[in-house]
Design a protein around this ligand. Sequence first.
Ligand SMILES: [Zn+2]
Length: 319
Amino acid sequence: MARRSKAVFSIGMDLGGTKIAAGLCRGGEILKKVVVPTHAAKGFDAVIEAMAGAARAAMGDTDPAQVAGVGIGAAGQIDPRTGAVLYAPNLRWTNAPLGGSLSAALGLPVRVTNDVRAATIAEWKFGAGKGLDNFVNIFLGTGIGSGIVLNGQLCQGATNSAGEIGHICLDPEGPVCGCGHKGCFEAFSSGRGIENEVKRRLQKGAKSLIRDEVGDDLDKVTGHLVGKAAREGDEVALAALAKAGRYLGLALANVHTLLNPDRILLGGGVMALKKFFLPDARAALHRHILPVADRGDDLLGEARFETEAVFLGGAALFA
Ligand SMILES: [Zn+2]
């Protein structure tokens, strides 16, 4: 579909496994935001219907001719040329024609990218990466992902998988990762990695406030409980977070050594506990980085956007 000449707005969408967020945007400004459940278990058509409904609700009375298009950030492997979701485990989708189906439902052009790349675009255009030609945006959530901007361009990679930083190996004998390999960065420093470290310590019989909450049912260990225990000075929680920080610092040093970015931005839900792991991460970063690349505290920054990042970046695909 051709670009619309009168268009001043665009719609950004964040397609997650449990929630869909849609925002009517103008540049970096969010004019209206709508959040609806994904209901992924109902299947592809139901999700498209929910997305179309959310986009229409975000659009409200806006003349569709003034909307340039809909930009989606979705978790999983995306083909940005076709808008297809090649593989999204959280939605149980394989080769799902997301872009084409939503475009047909709404009568608007649709572009799709990976959610972490969308968030990176939001930081680049409107947030903590504004004005930078070389930066890496690392998202520390249940898993770990990143978006890489080099020489003023977003890196895609030969087969579109650039930035899968969660699966760089930091210890070939380390804990098993969701991808099946051992010792991935994500197995140490993601929300799930931290929970698993706490579980291993509890299994070995360590005393902890978390044990008082969950008893012997280690499946009940959550990031929320780990955070609560850390704030109360619990040694198991603090040790698990410090370890996550040391491996985070190692990964940051490797990224800096390889790419020499202006800055690495950190974001995602795990950052709510940053005071318990960032000091260890900084120490490890400076210990492992090449001295010539070490520019002190300027190396690290924090992402500006939290929940809005993905749909703001999606909307910016049409800005
Ligand atoms: Zn992995």
